[in-house]
Structure formats: C-alpha cells, structure tokens
Design a protein around this ligand. Structure first.
Ligand code: PLP
Ligand code: TYF
Length: 395
C-alpha cells in the first residue's frame, strides 16, 4: 500500500536545528527554533514547575482517565488567566484541554470545518509556518490579510484593517494574541480596539492564537486584545499554549476556548468539540495540565511563576535593546531600532534568503530563511559580533 506515497516535505525549523547541531564551530550562534533560552543557552525547567511536579508526585492518588475535556481545574485556572477580570460573559464560554497550542489549533480548525465546511481562514502575511497546514488538513481554505510592512518592520495597520473590514460572517480571522511569530511586530491597544470594532461590524469569526501570553509586556498587557475581542463579539475561538510561558514544551499542554452567542449554543458547540477530541485522541494527557493547575491555584507558586516569567520577558527586552543600540552605534542609523520595539521571542530582520545563508556559512549565525531571529538565543557577550554581522548582511 505504501508504494502510493511520495516523500512529504520536512519541517524546515527542525532541519535547521539538525544543521546547527552538526556545525563544529565553537563560535556558532543558534537564533533558529522558537524556544526560550537563558544566559547559559539552556531551556530550563522553571523552579515553580519543578515544585509543582514534586507536589504532584507526592499527592497523586490515581492515573485513571480524566475525561474528554481534560483537567477541569486546569480549564478553570486558564480561563481566569486569559480572561482576568475583563467581565467576559463566562456562561457563553467553554474550554477543553488539548495537546499544546498546536493541538488546540487543530481541534478548533476541525470545529470550524464542521460549522462551515471549507470556510476561509484569513491569516496574517506572514504567519507561523504551521497555521496553513493545520487549516488545509482540516478542510479549510487559507487566505491572507496584510500585516508586516517590510520597509518599517512594523504592522501595516491601515491595510490590515481595510482587509478585515471587507470580510463577512462566512470568514474566519486568525490573529496572534501577542508576540507575533515570526515578525515580532504587534498591535497597540488602540489598534486592538479598532480590530474588535471591525469584527463587530463584519461578523467575521475571530480565532486568536495565544501562544506567548506573558512573553511581551506582561500577562495583563498581552491579554488585552484577546479580552477586548471576547468582550465585544458574539462568537470567538482562542487557542492557548502553555509551552512557552510555563516552559512545558514537550509536555504538550494547551487549551481550546470557545465563545458562543448563548449558553445553549455554547453547549451544542462544545459537544461538537468534545466529539472531535473523542474521535481523534479520546482524552488529553494530564501532567502538564496538573502542573499549571497546581501553580495557578497556589498563591506562592503562582507568584514564583510570575516572577520567573517576568525574568524571561525582561531578559528578552534587554537583549533587544542591547542589539539595537550596538547596531545604532556602529551604523549611526536607526534602521534596526525596530528590534527594540518588537516584542516576544522573535524579530523579522528583513534580510534576503541569500544573506541568511551567508550569515550561516560565514558567521555560524543560524536563523530561519525568512530572517527571523530568536532574541532569547543571543549570547550577551556576542551582541557586538551579531551587530557587525547583521549590518554587513543588510548591505
Ligand atoms: N502558535 C504559534 C504562533 C507558535 O509560535 C507556536 C509555537 O510553538 C504554537 C502556536 C504552538 O506551540 P505548542 O503546540 O508547542 O504549544
Ligand atoms: O516557530 C517556532 O520556532 C516555534 C517552535 O513544528 C516550533 O513555534 C517549530 C516547529 C514546530 C513546532 C514548534
């Protein structure tokens, strides 16, 4: 049977990780895959996570099945985290645990396709490389809306809003809740207000990918757009990930949130979501969910987690400022100041694929071919070298 198959394309980011690992130069720098790294270049287990795991190991009484929606305490805690005291009507909201932000995106795309087979999902230009395949594999169509201005490296907001204003109740808009991947360029709070107003006008369905809550300007600031939209529109979807902000990548923990027009419609829609989960993997794994529940429900663990998250966030912001000012000093220009304006783990430098290839071959500096850098991967003592290399590459 398998003779009918041809080789599927590999994951470019994973291929880049392999190339980096095989590079024997001690001067190599990995700005590729999107995982947080500390000063030592390692992706640590957070101390709050370790403590939660110790408690779980000491207290866990059973490993029996959890149920299709997963860990209920986790769901309630994530809703509190995402919604805060925004006053969103909880009776119209449902949440299901899922394997990572990716698993959440997957089951929600399946849900969209049940509600409106073959609907168009509008994604930002550019967007995370996995959005398109998940939508296509779910039977949906993909279209784009303008987002990144290559000249200013900021959001092309007028063009974005004009495109959103042309959508209809048949369409879905995938928005990055904060910390846009791959560009690092984000909406201001005023711009989120305008997006929410546009969605109310057109009736298009907002679908928010919230993979980096707390990695930008703080939990509250990063949740602004999501809360604004959920407070304004009749229906919405959110894919939450705990991979980055809890450092739980391999535990595969996320959540799918839906907002429906009424409590009754929320129940019906949720029954379809649970049916999708049941027919896919039956139930999610518990460990990551129980860690997050334990942390969020305990005042002292939660304070420790928030402090650890703030430390990661502030380190990334400081690296952004260091790199931008090193480039400014060398070039006497503000051309790279956008690196300090961007938020989250990434910035899109706007280099050609040839320049990216050259940086890898000549300087041992690895980034994805679209010239996205992971700022958490910048070794502090190499900021000057990187500034020189980026300036040379941009010429
Ligand atoms: N969405 C975006 C924009 C991402 O960058 C990621 C990154 O990993 C995810 C979703 C999903 O992550 P995970 O499935 O590891 O939780
Ligand atoms: O964009 C990134 O680098 C992260 C990590 O299949 C990632 O989102 C990359 C590839 C992938 C899953 C996560």
């Amino acid at each position: 049977m398998f003779e009918t198959l041809t080789k599927a394309p590999g994951d470019k980011i994973l291929a880049l990780m392999g190339e980096y690992a095989a590079d024997t130069r001690s001067s190599k720098v990995d700005l590729g895959v999107g995982v947080y790294k500390d000063e030592q270049g390692v992706t640590p287990v957070m101390s709050s996570v370790r403590k939660a795991e110790e408690r779980i190991l000491a207290n866990e009484k059973t490993k029996t099945y959890l149920g299709i929606a997963g860990n209920k305490g986790f769901g309630a805690a994530v809703l509190d985290l995402v919604l805060g005291n925004s006053g969103v009507n909880r009776s119209r909201i449902r949440i299901a645990q899922a394997p990572g932000g990716t698993g959440s995106l997957w089951i929600l795309m399946q849900l969209i396709n049940r509600a409106r087979p073959g609907a168009a999902v509008y994604v930002s230009d550019p967007t995370w490389a996995n959005h398109n395949p998940i939508a296509i594999n779910s039977g949906l169509k993909v279209a784009t809306y303008p987002y990144f201005d290559a000249a200013t490296r900021a959001v092309k907001f007028d063009a974005m809003l004009a495109a959103l204003d042309r959508l209809t109740t048949e369409d879905v808009v995938l928005l990055h809740g904060c910390c846009h991947n791959p560009t690092g360029a984000n909406l201001t709070h005023e711009q989120w207000d305008k997006v929410a107003q546009s969605l109310v006008r057109t009736g298009a369905l907002p679908f928010i990918d919230l993979a980096y809550l707390g990695f930008g300007d703080g939990i509250e600031a990063d949740a602004y757009g999501t809360r604004k939209i959920l407070s304004a529109v009749p229906e919405a979807l959110v894919a939450f990930s705990g991979s980055k902000n809890f450092g739980l990548y391999r535990e595969r923990i996320g959540a799918a949130i839906l907002l429906a027009r009424s409590p009754d419609e929320a129940d019906v829609t949720n029954s379809q979501l649970l049916n999708i989960i049941r027919g896919a993997y039956s139930q999610p794994p518990d460990h990551g969910a129980e860690i997050i529940r334990t942390i969020l429900e305990d005042a002292s663990l939660r304070a420790e987690w928030e402090a650890e998250l703030a430390q990661m966030r502030n380190r990334m912001i400081a690296l952004r400022e260091k790199l931008a000012s090193a480039i400014r000093e060398r070039s006497n220009s503000t051309d790279f100041d956008f690196v300090a304006e961007h938020r989250g783990m990434f910035s899109l430098l706007g280099l050609t694929p040839e320049a990216v290839e050259h940086l890898k071959a000549e300087n041992g500096v690895y980034m994805t071919s679209d010239s996205r850098i992971n700022v958490a991967g910048i070794p502090e003592e190499r900021v000057g070298d990187l500034a020189d290399a980026f300036l040379a590459a941009a010429r």
